[in-house]
Design a protein around this ligand. Structure first.
Ligand SMILES: Nc1ncnc2c1ncn2[C@@H]1O[C@H](COP(=O)(O)OP(=O)(O)O)[C@@H](O)[C@H]1O
Ligand SMILES: [Mg+2]
Length: 291
């Protein structure tokens, strides 16, 4: 099972490139697509979901060019778009029936599958309620349910945790982990903590480019020895921001404790601390992927 992204670029209008020469090889597991707003995550996902065509480049699904044979991928694809809209008056089963009919999933198998999915996503007690009355987390779970109707080999979820509270976020992540296995799951977010515990691979994007694709441990190692803790007083913060790459601040009784990402020890009092993925993400974005 292999999804190959070869030299994908996308231009919506002449002024700017939304994606530039993206190359990725995806195998079963969870890949976290991490990047700030405007990085190109949704554009790449829409291309993979065969909704949009790239301006140049090719996507191969098990060696087949999906520009020529989109159905080969569509049959095994589940997609939860970023702007996933539900029909507020429909109840879960009605909505899933509608989604199944759009996907061409046969209705005889679907009823059982739907009930299984609703149970898997812990929505079995909501069957009589219209989706409009659901919380954000419940809606996202219905979104995942529709994406799973055809038991996809490739599952694409675009910023699924936006608008969820911390508990719902946690639950959503564990659902994705449960679903991984013999599937390629592509999960986009701009929040590091969404993927640090779940992703097998992390791809960092910025301004239409892929900066890094790596194992989370390798990414962490790349900032080993480059993360420092420094305590400053509150009025020094502005200067500090101008001088250093700051990945976190904590208020303490004796001042502000900063986490600083720097190749060199920033001050003689600075203590080296062990890196986290937030530090690595900041470092990679700042260095444009050069390590
Ligand atoms: N349909 C579109 N038409 C024109 N520009 C677009 C369209 N979709 C996205 N863009 C532009 O492409 C760039 C990447 O956007 P997007 O793929 O949505 O990034 P992300 O999902 O990482 O926030 C942005 O500059 C955005 O304004
Ligand atoms: Mg997006």
């Amino acid at each position: 099972m292999l999804l190959e992204i070869n030299g994908i670029s996308k231009q919506y209008n002449k002024a700017a490139w939304a994606l530039q020469d993206i190359n990725l090889q995806l195998k079963p597991g969870i890949i976290g697509l991490l990047g700030p707003n405007g990085a190109g995550k949704s554009s790449l996902m829409r291309i993979l979901a065969t909704i949009t065509k790239p301006t140049t480049g090719t996507v191969f699904w098990n060696g087949m060019n999906i520009g020529k044979k989109p159905d080969e991928l569509r049959r095994v694809l589940g997609y939860l778009p970023q702007d996933f809209g539900v029909y507020p008056h429909l109840k879960p089963i009605e909505f899933l029936e509608y989604a199944a009919s759009l996907k061409g999933v046969s209705s005889r198998q679907t009823r059982t599958r739907m009930l299984e999915l609703l149970e898997l996503l812990n929505l079995q007690d909501t069957l009589k309620r219209p989706i409009g009355s659901f919380s954000g987390g419940m809606r996202q779970r219905i979104g995942i349910a529709q994406a799973l109707l055809n038991d996809p080999k490739v599952l694409i979820v675009d910023e699924p945790t936006v608008g969820l509270d911390p508990e719902e976020r946690l639950r959503f992540r564990s659902i994705l982990t449960d679903l991984s296995g013999e599937r390629i799951i592509i999960f986009s977010t701009h929040i590091v903590s969404d993927i640090e515990a779940t992703a097998d691979q992390i791809a960092i994007m910025s301004k239409g480019r892929l900066l890094v694709k790596s194992d989370p441990m390798v990414l962490l190692r790349s900032v080993q020895g480059k993360v420092w803790s420094v305590v400053i007083s509150e009025h020094e913060l502005q200067d500090a921001r101008a001088k250093w790459l700051i990945s976190g601040t904590i208020r303490r009784e004796d001042g502000l404790q900063l986490r600083i990402v720097s190749v060199h020890q920033p001050t003689s009092q600075a203590m080296e601390v062990s890196p986290n993925l937030e530090d690595a993400y900041l470092y990679v974005r700042h260095n444009g992927g050069e390590q």
